[in-house]
Design a protein. Structure first.
Length: 412
């Protein structure tokens, strides 16, 4: 198969894919992959297969095609192809929660000396890197990466990228427990979808609704949370978007748990866990086990709660997610305290304090912790994070942590 025919067949697959005939599209693309003699065409068709498998949640296949793609790029020795190939490798590892690998592939991308074509990808690289740092609970670096991604989005007028970064920022502020900002950013994403998203895939709308729903739940606005989550789930079902379906199920379960309705929560946790195990979303699985543990606590079944916490901890340790490990120790501490098990309690307290130290979640001004309750936070352009109230009393002096002079609040 020559260059022209390859191009034609890729286009044919794209049309099928866009009209929701995914199986037929995959068939056409895999045939191209077998028959083409054009390396550029092979690279592009692998790109199509990577995107399709990512959206279906088939992350292991996604990684396999990304590895083929980087081999093709290496044969072609073209920096633009290499950058795109490494970005796809980074993304595949991000989806499989292999966050260290994601960070290192992103760094490889940023060090490539490509043309303007690959420079345009840098925003996406920064977003992926931010997500990986967030997965490792390295909040300041996550924030720094998101800031850079936003700057690329603004400079290139890339509203889709801006929308995705806003959703990720929502996720970051949920974790830092500034719920006002956690709601602000996905609302901003939803606005972008309304203003510019006529031609976009509906998944952007679904994604922003999902993140809004999580923030509403944290703000204890449960009817709003329910409404957004239903909207998101509806689109996820229409599009066969398994990864988002799993996240929505988890969020539905959490909403029911907040209403103390464990009968409704348990089966939803179980369905979410099923999909997440199948697709390889380990971070999602940790959150399911944490939610299940909290349900058992509501029912005062401490043995079952400890069992779920144990599972969360194993998965969280495997990924290097320190925030989840911290939550496990915090919940275990509560259980052992209520049971009067002094020795085990002490062990958990020590581990908990170790986590707090490693996370460096302190305000650089008052020295008090950040992210242990709902408090307004503000970052500076250097991406250091403080309590808003502390920065307001600091006046116009520079950043108290790194001594950079600008006190203008950062984008995020
Ligand atoms: Zn403070
Ligand atoms: Zn600073």
């Amino acid at each position: 198969m020559g260059q022209d025919q390859t191009k034609q067949q890729i286009e044919k697959g794209l049309k099928l894919y866009q009209s929701n005939q995914t199986d037929k599209a995959l068939y056409v693309w895999i045939k191209v992959l077998e028959k083409t003699s054009d390396p550029g065409g092979k690279f592009r068709v692998l790109g199509c297969l990577i995107t399709a498998h990512s959206e279906m949640g088939k992350y292991k296949d996604m990684l396999k095609y990304a590895l083929d793609q980087i081999d093709t790029a290496r044969e072609m020795e073209d920096p633009d192809y290499l950058t795109e190939g490494y970005l796809n490798l980074a993304r595949s590892n991000e989806k499989l929660c292999d966050f260290q690998k994601t960070v290192s592939y992103c760094k490889t991308c940023l060090n490539m000396q490509g043309t303007t074509v690959s420079l345009q990808l840098n925003g996406q690289v920064c977003l992926s890197m931010g997500n990986a740092f967030l997965g490792l609970s390295v909040f300041q670096k996550a924030l720094e990466s998101y800031e850079k991604a936003l700057r690329y989005a603004h400079n290139n007028d890339d509203k889709m990228l801006e929308c995705r970064v806003c959703c990720s920022l929502g996720n970051l502020y949920v974790q830092l427990k500034d719920y006002e900002k956690a709601l602000f950013f996905p609302c901003k994403a939803a606005e972008l979808v309304n203003d510019y998203g006529k031609g976009w895939s509906l998944k952007y709308r679904a994604m922003s609704q999902y993140h809004m729903s999580v923030a509403y739940r944290k703000l204890e606005r449960l009817p709003d949370a329910m409404e957004c989550c239903e909207e998101s789930m509806k689109i996820a079902l229409q599009h066969g978007d398994r990864p988002l379906q799993a996240l929505c199920l988890l969020n539905f379960a959490d909403i029911h748990r907040c209403r103390k309705d464990t009968d409704k929560a348990f089966p939803r946790y179980e369905s979410a866990l099923g999909i997440m195990t199948e697709i390889g979303n380990r971070l999602g699985q940790v959150h399911v086990h944490l939610g299940v543990a909290k349900c058992w606590l509501l029912q005062k079944d401490f043995d079952k709660a400890l069992d779920s916490l144990q599972r969360s901890q194993e998965l969280a340790d495997g990924m290097g997610n320190k925030l989840c490990t911290l939550k496990v120790h915090c919940l275990s501490e509560g259980i052992y305290r209520s049971q009067g098990q002094e020795e085990k309690l002490r062990e958990q307290v020590v581990k908990f304090l170790q986590c707090v130290e490693e996370l460096e979640l302190y305000c650089g001004m008052c020295g008090e912790s950040i992210g242990d309750r709902d408090q307004k936070l503000q970052s500076l352009p250097c991406s250091h994070i403080f309590h808003l109230k502390c920065l307001q009393t600091n006046g116009t002096k520079g950043c108290p942590k790194c001594f950079k002079s600008s006190m203008k609040p950062g984008f995020v």
